[in-house]
Design a binder for this molecule. Structure first.
Ligand SMILES: Cc1ncc(COP(=O)(O)O)c(C=O)c1O
Length: 398
């Protein structure tokens, strides 16, 4: 074979990349500065940050930064090994104790990221002859966990309990069954119908797992999550969540019964075969769990901003996908149009990111706005007006 000839795999990959380009789905990394602040910088341009998951503003918080810096000075930069070898730093015990106290749970485990948490928990607990019932709009990490488990993967239409019940009825009575859902959906910003899911899981002898990635820190009296907001925390068997969004840090957690956590420690491959988190991350997790309970005013402010932003965009005629939270998408439609909308926003000084398939369904490309407690109401007003002007120019609203 001549060196200039392409290998079949190279040819296949290049063809696919060209296709992604053609359908406006090719992703590019954009260097961003100050993402932890309400105004960020992209390509030297200052923009209002309506794209981060730093909902409560803790990512730039001096107390979190200090906790990390102090831990680096005291304990070094890295964990040096997995937790089951010598990476189980004393800060793990302190952070996990803070976690179980906060969530009022029997046991808890910190996991390296939300993605590995979902992948690991689901694929460890379920196997070939089991059933997984998963909302169509659940996060990709849940889908991947289900695929890796090799269980029978049944995806029900978004928040469609009738569809879910039909699927449950069709599964075998003796089989292990897991119902899994985001509590706050990451791309639509709406909530799962947790009361109904609890009812169904009890009726059909299933276990229920929630992903509180976008609920942790925000809902519940002490920011425990959306299940607590509804008083259903004791009805959810497996509660997973992340520290990487409202808690401003990094990593994820799972809480539940002791037997569940013990089993994960023994069987979850992403936990066993991966280096532990650096001490600085654990220190910031512990601090964030404390702050989130001490500062309910941030939650209140976030709710006020979110409600205002949703109401104004709806009044202008945008389709916000039934959002009920701080995640406020506006549906644009075709990929190219959504990309064009995002470019126009950025020209005006607004960082609002276009989200395209496969992250969202075909022809539902959107701009996913997120508001935070740090935003200034004046800035939100300014942005809403700009968004409405672009919306009219591009024919998204009348
Ligand atoms: C619902 C949901 N679950 C899990 C994750 C993954 O979390 P992490 O970013 O910590 O890996 C995300 C974040 O993108 C998410 O939105």
């Amino acid at each position: 074979m001549h060196s200039e000839e392409q290998l079949p795999l190279e040819k296949k990959i290049k063809t696919e990349l060209a296709y992604l380009e053609e359908i406006s789905q090719k992703r590019q990394l954009v260097t961003t500065n100050f993402a932890e602040q309400p105004w960020l910088m992209i390509d030297g341009r200052r923009m209002l940050n309506l794209a981060s998951n730093n909902y409560l503003g803790y990512a730039g918080d001096e107390r979190l930064k200090k906790a990390m810096i102090d831990a680096v000075h005291a304990y070094g930069a890295g964990a040096t090994a997995s937790r089951l070898i010598i990476g189980n730093h004393p800060l793990y015990e302190q952070a996990e104790q803070a976690l179980v106290n906060w969530k009022n749970a029997e046991a808890g485990l910190i996991i390296n990221s939300g993605y590995t948490a979902n992948l690991g928990i689901i694929s460890t607990l379920l196997s070939r002859n089991d059933f997984i019932f998963s909302d169509k709009l659940n996060h990709a990490s849940i889908v991947d966990g289900a695929l890796l488990s090799r269980a029978k993967h049944k995806r029900y239409r978004h928040n469609d309990l009738t569809h879910l019940e039909a699927l449950l009825k069709n599964s075998s009575i003796e089989a292990n069954k897991l119902i899994v859902t985001d509590t706050v959906f990451s791309m639509d910003g709406d909530f799962a119908f947790l009361e109904d899911l609890v009812w169904l899981k009890e009726r059909y002898n299933a276990i229920l797992m929630t992903d509180e990635a976008h609920g942790s820190g925000i809902y519940g009296k002490n920011g425990e999550g959306y299940a607590n907001h509804l008083g259903l925390q004791n009805k959810v068997d497996i509660q997973m969540g992340t520290f990487s969004k409202a808690l401003g840090s990094f990593g994820a957690y799972v809480v539940g019964k002791k037997w569940l956590i013990d089993y994960l420690k023994n069987r979850m491959r992403g936990f066993i075969y991966s280096t532990a988190l650096p001490p600085a991350i654990l220190s910031s997790i512990k601090t964030a769990i404390e702050l989130v309970q001490e500062e309910p005013e941030r939650r209140t402010l976030l709710q006020t901003h979110s409600e205002y932003f949703r109401k104004e965009l709806t009044n202008y005629g945008f389709n916000i996908c039934g959002s009920q939270s701080q995640i406020v998408p506006i549906v644009i439609g075709e990929n190219e149009k959504a990309m064009g909308f995002a470019t126009r926003l950025q020209k005006e000084g607004i960082a609002g990111i276009a989200v395209r398939p496969p992250t969202v369904p075909e022809n539902e490309a959107r701009i996913r706005f997120t508001v935070t407690a740090l935003h200034d109401k004046k800035d939100l007003d300014w942005a809403i007006e700009k968004v409405s002007i672009i919306g009219k120019e591009m024919g998204v609203i009348e």
